[in-house]
Design a protein. Sequence first.
Length: 249
Amino acid sequence: MRPFIAANWKLHKTVEESVETAARLKIIIEGVNDRDILVCPPFTALEEIYHVIEGTNIMLGAQDVFWEEEGAFTGEVSPEMLKNVGCEYVIIGHSERRKYFNETDETVNKKIRASFADELKVILCVGETEEMRDQAKHRDFVEKELEDGLKNISSSDAKMLAVAYEPIWAIGTGQTATPEQAQEMHAFIRDRLSVIFDQKTADSIRILYGGSVKPDNVKELMSQKDINGALVGGASLDAESFGKIIKGF
Ligand code: PEP
């Protein structure tokens, strides 16, 4: 499967800073054609970044989307609007959105279906808290996030789907899941996807690992059978460090 390395810049970078980082990244990854690369800057920088990366193998993504096409929904942005500024992907259900902005599996599902209706590809984020893992409830929790988040989505639409397994205890903490812990959950997720869709579809969906991915741990993580990519937060803010991750396996 073609590896997929994605950057989530979160609430960082002005337009100028975003453009500078993307321009540096473009130079660093020149000639790297055997993997998919995605950058997800804040909404304000999307259009400018599109012009920087146009014609390269870096794709553009947003960090969230709303499910309605238009209307009185102050502050929201639709899938069509994201496509209009050059987005190919959107991240949906990131744990920070679930925690701080009341994102639920139901709203995640609405957002995914609306995105697919406009042929906007999706990275669905799932992952458990440390407490859930300690209580051995992590599998059940992730299973529910997948089942409810992917309700009423066809196998053919699932071609536009990638899943990111992001254990919440590993995000921004420097505490990475061990390659074995990650592999075990990725295999579990693929198995659940085979029930939700079918085996062939599950085998074609890329499952990314997210949670303190760095240049020095990417190789070991990417060597695991069911780890098909990485969703990178902190270490993607610097073009050199993100470039090392992209080239590091
Ligand atoms: C993320 O928020 O998607 C993430 C994985 O962050 P970090 O790499 O900083 O842990």
